[in-house]
Design a binder for this molecule. Structure first.
Ligand SMILES: O=C(O)c1ccccc1N[C@@H]1O[C@H](COP(=O)(O)O)[C@@H](O)[C@H]1O
Length: 211
């Protein structure tokens, strides 16, 4: 997110666990440089979303924006991620994104596990993210690691039941990352849609768990 008025309403009405700051210049959601101090002062945990940035640039933004999480959404190698892990403050998490097409190469992802705190699964597209497209979540049924993961890619208001189906067999599913399907225009979240989604998730969860 990038607009202060929109973020204010989000904090009052939704209180999400994290807020994402897109640090990929070609994105229409790229943060506003003139608001750096404002973003840095936000008390909600901040996820900086990077695409193929050199580690020095990532480290600088972690400091300037006071990020709690670095989301690596490009083709960063396991070696780069290992080096970044060594240089980052201990408390800053790395979420490595895995772009999913028709299959998942678990062996290739294994190399990221020692250096990341979560894997984040998004849909493989021509660009890098924010596509609004879903991949086949059935592929995650084979998730082989203890490390928690996050599901992303085209999540919509209607995804609540499907997300809870997925969570039932996979205790490693730690969260969902919602983006373009909850926007009025790129970079501006539809807070009413977010409220409907969180309500639907809570209702579905309670319906499934009442005795
Ligand atoms: O949102 C963007 O513009 C973006 C650009 C470059 C890399 C990642 C980006 N967003 C991330 O993409 C996923 C999925 O988004 P969507 O729900 O399919 O729109 C999510 O992790 C965003 O943080």
């Amino acid at each position: 997110m990038r607009e202060p008025a929109n973020i204010k309403v989000l904090l009052e009405r939704i209180r999400p666990a994290y807020i994402g700051l897109i640090l990929y210049p070609p994105s229409p959601r790229f943060i506003r440089a003139e608001l750096t101090d404002y973003y840095a002062r936000l008390t909600l945990p901040k996820v900086g979303v990077f695409v193929n940035e050199p580690n020095e640039a990532v480290l600088k933004q972690v400091e300037v924006l006071a990020l709690q999480v670095v989301q690596l959404h490009g083709k960063e190698t396991p070696e780069q991620v290992a080096a970044l892990r060594q240089s980052l403050p201990r408390e800053v998490e790395i979420w490595k994104v895995a772009s999913v097409g028709n299959a998942v190469d678990w062996k290739q992802l294994e190399a990221y596990v020692p250096h990341s705190s979560h894997l984040l699964f998004d849909t493989q597209v021509k660009g890098y993210g924010g596509s609004g497209q879903q991949f086949n979540w059935e592929l995650l049924q084979d998730y082989p690691f203890d490390m928690p993961f996050i599901v992303s890619g085209g999540i919509t208001e209607d995804s609540a039941a499907k997300l809870l189906d997925l969570a039932e067999g996979l205790p490693q599913l730690a969260g969902v990352d919602i983006n373009s399907k909850f926007e009025l225009v790129p970079g501006l979240k539809n807070i009413l849609a977010l409220e409907r989604f969180t309500k639907a998730l809570n209702k579905e969860y309670h319906d499934r768990n009442k005795s």
